[in-house]
Design a protein. Sequence first.
Length: 91
Amino acid sequence: MKRITHVPLALVIVCSIWGCAGMTDTQQRTLSGSVLGAGAGGIIGAISGNAGMGAAIGAGVGAAGGFLYGKHKEAEDEAYQRGVADGRQSR
């Protein structure tokens, strides 16, 4: 019985990875944040008696955090590229 449940789980994981192939880094971070937030929120919600509400709140907070972190990393990358370009021009 365990073998039967492992095959669909493996397929879900593989398809999830393929689904992220065309996403930007910020989109991937937003999705990752929402999934991790939903998991953490679901656990906390289950302890307090409402797993669904906890998962929904956790997903929202995680998505917002992942999005903000992704935008921060984009700004860092842009600043780095500007610095590289300025360094090449000064030669």
